[in-house]
Ligand binder design. Structure first.
Ligand code: UD1
Length: 419
């Protein structure tokens, strides 16, 4: 257990490199099971969710080794198709092992990851997709037992919502299914394209990833490969908010600016200047931010729900009224109560937060209730008068490799206290 302690008021300045994307690393590591070969996955962030994924891979029989940000997964020796409840519950995205297990072994026995801090997060779309591809599925008391006679078969799957995890499970399962699978209304997040790039290097035939229609021609067998994970667009945007709310000027290296278009738009509306050059992105902020107006979370390429908590900190210290509408998850405003305790003026009505900008926030002890809510509290501490103590940092460690190290490099006064 640890706390993060921040003395607010320092302008962020300087340069920092951005970590690899958690949301790419997790499905790609799971997809190694389907590859059946030796995979070297580079630029993997060091996170508790990645460690939880490696535990599952090891349980399934993979040989896993790690050298800092490079993980080698030898999946030639997978010898199980079940994942115990306690490993499934360590992280929500463990459901992304469903497709890889069905692809590799034709069977999967796992548990629903259950509800979580930000909402119910059901898995009905995942299950229905696997059924459409020919898997029998029985569900009881949160246990999901799936199996198919021989290989899965192709299907024409129309998603009622462009679910990221479901799109990933279908792409992985369909890579080795019989025939051509089509996903309509697929999620378009950059992490989907990264997964498809990885699988194509493993010998899969996936076209259209990153678009609404994805076509997967099933192949008999995949093999291992080398792959470098894309930069984490959410971490990049989080540091950009740090610069915006402290009147700072920072450059982020090893980013993909094209993945940040929707967030860059919000920064520009708030009065910040954004410059990109190759894989670098620079943000310089004015002394006083103005409201960005209405911000609505949407599937990619819209404004990401994972940025909703961080952007509410920016809105809290911007001049004017900001309306933030959360349209993806039903329970993602828990950080607002904490922000109000720091002096913010935010009212939540259902899925909308109405934010009246205040001049300053004041440091106090606050709690993180989920990963992005926790990073929002750290950001709030950067802009606040006095000292902020962010408790329960284990949520933050699920997605940020070294938030305090990166922010210190940028000039923040922040340290971790182990308790
Ligand atoms: C992924 C990301 C997460 C991000 C989210 C939305 C990873 C590891 N996590 O989560 O950071 O916040 O996308 O961009 O990549 N839904 C159903 N039934 C299902 C599946 C989803 O109703 O079977 C609903 C969810 O409850 C939620 C919405 O669809 O309201 C979006 O979920 P989804 O896109 O699947 O998110 P995840 O893949 O879980």
């Amino acid at each position: 257990m640890s706390n993060l302690i921040i003395k607010g008021g320092n302008r962020l300045r300087g340069e920092v490199r951005v970590q690899g994307a958690k949301n790419s690393a997790l499905p790609i590591l799971a997809a190694c099971v389907a590859s059946g070969g030796i995979n070297v996955i580079d630029n993997c962030p060091q996170l508790t969710d990645v460690s939880a994924t490696l535990k599952i891979l090891t349980y399934l029989g993979c040989k896993v080794s790690r050298d800092k940000n490079t993980i080698t997964v030898d999946a030639s020796c997978v010898n199980r198709y079940d994942i115990p409840r306690e490993l499934m519950h360590e992280m929500r995205s463990s459901i992304v092992f469903l497709g890889p297990l069905l692809s590799r072994t034709g069977r999967a026995e796992l548990y629903t990851p259950g509800g979580c801090e930000i909402g119910l997060r059901p898995v009905d779309l995942h299950i229905s997709a696997m059924q459409q591809m020919g898997s029998d599925i029985a569900e009881e008391f949160g246990r999901i037992v799936c199996g198919s006679e021989g290989r899965l078969h192709s299907a024409n799957i129309s998603l009622s919502f462009p679910s990221v995890g479901t799109t990933e499970n279908i792409i992985i399962a369909a890579s080795t299914a019989e025939g051509t699978t089509v996903i309509n209304n697929a999620a378009r997040e950059p992490e989907i394209s990264d997964l498809a790039d990885f699988l194509n290097k493993c010998g899969a035939d996936i076209r259209g990833a990153g678009e609404s229609t994805v076509v997967i021609n099933g192949v008999k067998k995949l093999h291992g490969t080398y792959h470098k994970i894309i930069p984490d667009r959410i971490v990049a945007a989080t540091y950009m908010i740090g610069a915006a709310i402290t009147g700072g000027n920072i450059t982020l290296r090893e980013t993909t600016p094209a993945h940040l278009t929707a967030v860059s738009d919000i920064f520009e509306k708030s009065g910040c200047r954004i410059r990109t050059e190759g894989d670098s992105i620079n943000i310089s902020a004015p002394k006083i931010l103005k409201t960005a107006g209405t911000i609505r979370t949407m599937p990619y390429p819209g404004f990401p729900t994972d940025m909703q908590a961080p952007v509410s900190v920016m809105a809290a210290v911007s001049r004017g009224t900001t309306f933030i509408i959360e349209s993806i998850f039903e329970n993602r405003f828990k950080h607002i109560g904490e922000l109000n305790r720091m002096g913010a003026n935010i009212k939540v009505d259902g899925r909308m937060a109405v934010v009246e900008g205040v001049e300053k926030l004041c440091g106090t002890k606050v709690f993180s209730h989920d990963l992005r809510g926790g990073t929002a509290m750290v950001l709030a501490g950067l802009a606040a008068y006095g000292e902020t103590l962010v408790a329960e940092t284990e949520y933050i460690d699920r997605g940020c490799q070294d938030i305090e190290g990166d922010l210190r490099t940028l000039g923040a006064d922040i340290h971790r206290e182990n308790i």
